[in-house]
Design a protein around this ligand. Structure first.
Ligand SMILES: *Cc1c(COP(=O)(O)O)cnc(C)c1O
Length: 405
């Protein structure tokens, strides 16, 4: 994808993919965007572009962003790389951003505010309309993270569901990230970053003509890139078409309704209002750490989110519902019912061995990370829940540094 003068067909494909996606998000002619290799890259570019745009137009020396606790870590990682300060906005009882709190955290060095449509942990949607009004009033950047919702929400809306606005129809939305390699059903290595206008996107582009070699033209983070994922995305979009996505979204909706009914019948508590294809639930009396492992042994991979005692996030189970689940949801609820009965009386403690561990290698062995069996994920997750997040991050870094070559 590096040299469009030699491979113009690749630029043509990118143009067409952007055109399709921007229409999906109600972007007009002035909306510009690029194909990236993933949501993280789209988000990284959005923050870099917002930072440089704001610096070019305003006297900003110490840039910061304000983001709800549910915002994806890709923003925090990008802020870390880009030396941007992060300010968190708290959540409401509905697990969406507390708009007033977010507003209070903004100051003259704030370059951008962030909202998710929806967020990953709970599948709840921030009040993007309110964020858009704040962005207009304070003249700052608003990035909407539609990485996981962007290919589901437009179709749910067309199926008649009441979906709050989140796209370019809101005047204050400056940029949107949307992943192809999630609900676009394209192979991994595909996402899109869109900007309200070319004046914004200008700050994303990197050009270097100050060396003896060819003039380096980079629209994104990577330089030499395979066009394979782009070609696959182009093909998938063309193959499925509007009707294909609509049909697949209908299946998600069927599965979601059946699963949510089942969860409620089994006494689980669904967190917030799941607007798209993610449903997250918790329980006050069932040990979710064990439940997740028991379900895994039955062949179901349900994602345990350990939460954090210190931060007040409960352990929960995250379901990413796909079209295929319209076939498997009743079986899933059946198995879940069985497992609930099995684990109802479980009460697990942290094993004593933990306190007598002498070094990190012993911990790695105990947690099943040495032989890569990952057979004590219940314990790993329980420790993550119980320890302060800074401790978890520190230990994890050391562990990862040991298990990778
Ligand atoms: C997946 C996801 C991202 C990050 O995307 P990657 O493709 O994994 O880099 C960002 N935001 C949300 C809401 C996501 O679900």
């Amino acid at each position: 994808m590096l040299n469009f003068a030699i491979f113009p067909s690749i630029l043509k494909m990118e143009r067409e993919v952007i055109h399709i996606v921007k229409k999906l998000l109600n972007g007009g002619d002035e909306v510009a965007g690029n194909y990236t290799y993933g949501g993280t890259e789209s988000i990284f570019l959005a923050l870099k572009t917002a930072r440089d745009y704001m610096k070019a137009n305003r006297d900003i020396t110490k840039p910061n962003i304000v983001i709800p606790y549910t915002g994806h870590p890709a923003f925090l990682k990008s802020a870390d790389y880009l030396d941007i300060e992060v300010r968190y906005a708290s959540l409401t009882d509905e697990y969406t951003v507390d708009v007033d709190d977010l507003n209070k955290k903004i100051d003259r060095h704030t370059i951008a505010i962030i909202g998710s449509a929806p967020n990953y942990p709970y599948g709840t949607m921030d009040n993007i309309k309110a964020l858009s009004e704040i962005a207009l009033e304070k003249d700052i950047w608003l990035h909407v993270d539609a990485c996981i919702g962007g290919f589901v929400l437009p179709f749910l809306k067309d199926l008649g569901l009441d979906i709050p606005p989140y796209d370019f129809t809101l005047e204050g939305v400056s940029s949107i990230s949307i992943d192809l390699h999630k609900y676009g059903y394209t192979p991994k290595g595909g996402s899109i970053i869109l900007y309200r206008n070319r004046g914004y996107r200008l700050h994303q582009i990197y050009i270097n003509a100050s060396w003896p070699g060819y003039p380096l033209v980079n629209t994104t983070v990577l330089s030499s890139r395979s066009a394979g994922p782009l070609a696959a995305a182009y093909t998938t979009l063309k193959y499925l078409g509007y009707r294909g996505y609509l049909e697949l979204t209908k299946k998600i909706l069927e599965a979601k309704e059946e699963i949510m009914d089942g969860l409620e019948r089994l006494g689980f508590r669904i967190l917030g209002k799941p607007v798209s294809s993610i449903v997250t639930f918790t329980s006050d009396d069932i040990d979710l750490f064990i439940l997740a492992e028991k379900m895994r042994s039955k062949g179901w991979y349900i994602q345990l989110q350990p939460g954090s005692l210190k931060m007040g996030f409960p352990p929960s189970i995250h379901l990413t519902i796909s079209p295929v689940h319209s076939v498997t949801s009743s079986e899933f609820i059946e198995d879940l019912k069985q497992v609930v009965e099995e684990v109802r009386d479980y009460h697990i403690e942290i094993p004593d061995e933990i306190s007598s561990l002498k070094n990190l290698d012993e911990l790695i062995e105990l947690l099943g990370l040495k032989d890569l069996s990952f057979n004590r994920m219940d314990l790993v997750n329980r420790l993550i829940y119980m320890l302060p997040p800074e401790e978890v991050e520190k230990v994890f870094k050391e562990v990862i540094n040991k298990i990778y070559p």
